[in-house]
Ligand binder design. Structure first.
Ligand SMILES: [Zn+2]
Length: 286
């Protein structure tokens, strides 16, 4: 008797969109206006421990991966701007220098250098005030998105990477042994991490599908998220179709909601690194 094991190659076509209130599935989805040229800028310091300029190249490849999909079927596009001197992952509705889509490696942990009683802990401003990683130690990176409280249109999205906790690498092989991470093997791959975070920047939320770029977990040596899964590609075409308006989840009502500052996200689970929390910062448009 022969038992044939057939591995059914079922390609996932699913994705989930980020919401204005992550705890409210009925809240509006985040969206960029159609035809937006999203200019991203990488902080000029890069990451000290990554050899040469390889981290800049890895970040560029991650944006290029998405840009290929955007160009094929969507109205959005990514444009690389000049390297930025800014260390501020934030957004101001005024036309100020902090208003850039910034990619930034935080080299120090706020916990090590900011007093517990500092007021910055309560309003989440420690990171920018002291140039440090203010989020959970277990998170590899955080994408902070600023959007309109009225209709959830995104104005700005910044990506911070957690250098104090993770060795960011750019080589393709071999995978590092856990506990012996170094820049000469694949520990926490910059391109793998950035491809996932750019998904957040575009409005994708996590899904519990191991084959998805938007799976929230990454193990030492992982490279699989460098490649977009079919669901994440479909998101780009569905939500930002070429020649059409961007797709919201519902038509906003006329009454203006009060914009309350909200920082929401997901929890890191037992010991496993959480690849990222899309920390959504609600800002009022003046
Ligand atoms: Zn994430």
């Amino acid at each position: 008797m022969i038992h044939a094991l057939v591995a059914a190659a079922v390609l996932s076509q699913s994705y989930a969109r980020s919401r204005a209130n992550e705890n409210d599935p009925a809240s509006q989805c985040l969206w960029w206006k159609e035809n937006t040229r999203i200019v991203y800028r990488v902080n000029q310091a890069g990451n000290t421990e990554t050899p040469g300029d390889t981290e800049f190249d890895a970040i560029k490849r991650a944006f290029s991966t998405w840009q290929t999909e955007l160009a094929a079927c969507s109205s959005l596009s990514f444009v690389e701007g000049p390297r930025s001197p800014s260390r501020e992952a934030t957004y101001s509705p005024d036309d100020s220098p902090v208003n850039q889509n910034l990619v930034l490696f935080r080299e120090k942990a706020c916990k090590q250098q900011v007093a517990a009683g500092d007021a910055c802990w309560s309003d989440g401003s420690c990171g920018n005030k002291y140039d440090c990683w203010q989020f959970s130690e277990g998170a590899i990176a955080i994408t902070t998105t600023s959007f309109s409280p009225r209709n959830a249109e995104v104005f700005d999205s910044d990506i911070e990477l957690n250098t104090p906790s993770y060795i960011f690498t750019t080589v393709d092989a071999p995978p590092c042994v856990r506990g012996a991470e170094a820049v000469t093997c694949v520990a926490t791959d910059v391109q793998n991490t950035m491809t996932h975070e750019i998904g957040h920047l575009l409005g994708l939320a996590h899904i519990n599908d191991a084959a998805s770029t938007m799976n929230p977990r990454a193990v030492t040596g992982e490279l699989t998220k460098r490649t977009l899964d079919p669901g994440s590609k479909k998101f780009v075409c569905d939500v930002y179709p070429k020649g059409q308006a961007s797709k919201l989840c519902f038509i906003p009502s006329v009454s203006l909601e009060q914009g309350r500052a909200a920082k929401v996200g997901c929890e890191a689970a037992s010991g496993l690194p959480l690849l990222a929390l899309a920390a959504l910062v609600l800002r009022r448009r003046r």
